[in-house]
Write a protein that binds this ligand. Structure first.
Ligand SMILES: *Cc1c(COP(=O)(O)O)cnc(C)c1O
Length: 229
């Protein structure tokens, strides 16, 4: 809840920094909720095409100056070529995000009606616990869809191994759709107990929904769900 945390930070003199990587500036603007710093992995949706690594830190001059000095001295700065690629990418960010969101929303609808799926996690899906909040903060639901497959890890493994078109990696925000198993990859450094606290069960899957035709995305996921039975 950006508004709540923004006010809490202001009242208590705390720096409010938001990792806005999943939402992108197109869908959510934390500075409207008193964020002092907004951080993006430009490697994800800002490039959006799996080509370069980069990042961006936005905020007041006071804070950005501290980051700038640190980056300048430690060498973590962007190369001119990568900066040029990212500046070209920004020209299509809105177009790409619209398609990511439309595809993701359609996939969330498909999964929520599927007999193999227990829970669907998508901020702009009515079943989402913070649906009203997500509608307030984000103009669209984003490109990531989570779900819990019935049959847990065993069926989940079969499902992932049966995908033909989707790639299996821990990346996100590419033109091409990606399936990830968070428990064994992105969140593997957390204990199983801590994973469960944030809803990452062994059967939890994450899709970074790409720009392909939605029928192709759904058809690959559907055939893999059937094969995993
Ligand atoms: C990937 C990611 C990062 C790190 O970005 P890199 O470009 O890989 O350094 C930070 N925050 C979020 C939410 C991410 O998904």
């Amino acid at each position: 809840d950006l508004e709540f945390i923004g006010n809490l930070c202001k009242e208590n003199d705390i720096i409010f920094s938001v990792d806005n990587c999943f939402a992108t500036p197109y869908l959510q603007k934390p500075v409207h909720y008193k964020a002092d710093l907004v951080i993006h992995s430009a490697t994800k949706y800002i490039d959006g095409q799996g080509r370069v690594l980069g990042g961006a830190i936005l905020g007041s001059e006071e804070y950005v100056k501290i980051c700038y000095d640190y980056i300048r001295r430690t060498g973590a700065s962007l190369s001119p070529f990568n900066a040029w690629v990212l500046s070209k990418s920004l020209e299509t960010l809105a177009l790409r995000m619209d398609r990511h969101c439309d595809n993701a929303s359609a996939l969330a609808d498909f999964l929520s009606g599927h007999e193999a799926i227990d829970t669907v996690v998508y901020p702009h899906h009515e079943s989402y616990p913070q649906y009203d909040l997500a509608k307030k903060q984000m103009t669209k639901g984003g490109g990531l869809v989570g779900c819990v497959i019935k049959g847990g890890l065993e069926r989940g493994t079969k499902f992932l191994n049966s995908l033909n078109m989707l790639s299996l990696t821990a990346n996100l925000g590419d033109t091409r759709s990606i399936a990830t198993h968070p428990s064994s990859t992105t969140h593997s450094k957390m204990s199983l107990e801590d994973q469960l606290k944030v809803g990452i069960t062994p059967g939890f899957l994450r899709f970074s929904v790409g720009l392909e035709h939605i029928d192709d995305i759904i058809s690959d996921i559907d055939q893999a769900l059937t094969k995993s039975k």
